[in-house]
Structures are given as C-alpha cells and as structure tokens.
Design a protein around this ligand. Structure first.
Ligand code: B12
Length: 130
C-alpha cells in the first residue's frame, strides 16, 4: 500500500498511533506502508524498535506476514514481538501465531486501551521484565 494513496486502508493506523503516543512514544510515526519486508526489517533495525505491528486488511496476510517474519529473523530481530491486525479469519490467525506472530487483532478487538496494555506486556516479556 502506498502511504499517500487516499484509496488505501489507513484508518486502523490512526487509533494505533494515538494509543502509542498516549503510552509515551513521542517519535513521529514513519510512513513505512510502502516498504517491502526486507526494507521494513532494515528500518526496524535502524529505529531500534521494541515491537513490530502490521495492519493487513487486504486478505494478503498469509503471504505478507511470513515474509516479514523471515526478513526480521534474517536481520537479527527474531526475538522482537510481531503483532498483526486486520481482517483475519480465526483459522488464519492460529496459523500466523504458530508461525511466530505474538498476537492477532481483528475488528472484535475494539478496546484500544486493552490492545495497548497487551503490547506493553509483550515488550516487557520480550525483555524479561515480567
Ligand atoms: C473504510 C474501508 C475502506 C476505505 C478505506 C479508507 C481509509 N483511507 O482508510 C476505502 C473505501 C478506500 C476502501 C478501499 C478498499 N477496500 Co475496504 N474497507 C473499509 C472498511 C469498511 C472499514 C475498514 C476500517 O477502516 N476499519 C476501522 C479500523 C479502525 O478498524 P479495523 O480495520 O477493524 O482495525 C481494528 C482491528 O482489526 C485492529 N487492528 C487493525 N490493524 C491493526 C494493526 C495493529 C498493529 C494492531 C495492534 C491492531 C490492528 O485494531 C483496530 C481497532 O479495533 C472494511 C470493512 C470492515 N468493516 O472492516 C472494508 C474492507 C477492509 N475493504 C475491503 C476491500 C476488498 C477493499 C478494496 C480492495 C475494494 C476495491 N475493490 O477497490 C479497496 C482496497 C484499498 C487498498 N488499496 O488497500 C474488504 C477486504 C476483504 C478481505 N480482506 O478479504 C473489506 C473487509 C470489506 C469487505 N467485507 O469486503 N476500504
């Protein structure tokens, strides 16, 4: 998806960004929507991220998400929690989790505060803090 494409699915990014700012992340969000998995992994290395969140509403999660997981592992970020949100059927969610995705969020997860608490907990656990 191109970040400047008004016809693309951007809406889920807005509440996620609002929540991360409320949780204390002051960084300007980068428009990484157009990056291919290897570039995304490189960007994660450069930014020193604690968690990678992907939003996939297009139905292409079964192809795109494993590619991102592989790219992150190849970049040495295999231990960073990866979460995915979007229009993802239950069965696909279980498959993605078996592949290494930490959490899958769908429209039933509308309580953004709980999502944010969850993400903080995942980062804490990844760093052995809880
Ligand atoms: C609005 C919308 C559009 C708008 C987008 C406007 C914009 N700039 O954002 C427009 C009209 C442009 C559009 C276009 C298209 N759309 Co559309 N769209 C929708 C719609 C109605 C709502 C999506 C939305 O914004 N929801 C609001 C957000 C806040 O909620 P959410 O996505 O559910 O996200 C929540 C969770 O999933 C989770 N989450 C999501 N991502 C992430 C990421 C992280 C990190 C985390 C932690 C959580 C998280 O948290 C959110 C809060 O609860 C959905 C149907 C639906 N009811 O979902 C279809 C839908 C997503 N669209 C669909 C389709 C097919 C298209 C088009 C391909 C249509 C076409 N033929 O052109 C294009 C593709 C555009 C593109 N290039 O990507 C399909 C996808 C089918 C599928 N996956 O199998 C859907 C499901 C409609 C349908 N039932 O067929 N769309």
């Amino acid at each position: 998806m191109r970040p400047d494409d008004p016809q693309a699915h951007h809406a889920p990014n807005k509440p996620c960004r609002t929540c991360s700012r409320r949780a204390g992340d002051e960084r300007q969000p980068r428009a990484i929507d157009a990056l291919v998995p290897a570039q995304l992994a490189q960007s994660a290395v450069e930014e020193g991220v604690h968690l990678v969140g992907l939003s996939v509403l297009s139905g292409s999660h079964n192809e795109l998400v494993p590619e991102v997981l592989d790219a992150l592992r190849a970049a040495g970020l295999g231990k960073i929690p990866v979460v995915v949100g979007g229009i993802i059927p239950e069965g696909d969610a279980r498959t993605l989790e078996a592949r290494g995705v930490a959490r899958v969020y769908t429209p039933k997860d509308f309580a953004l505060g709980s999502i944010m608490d969850d993400l903080v907990e995942l980062v804490r656990r990844a760093h052995g803090l809880s």
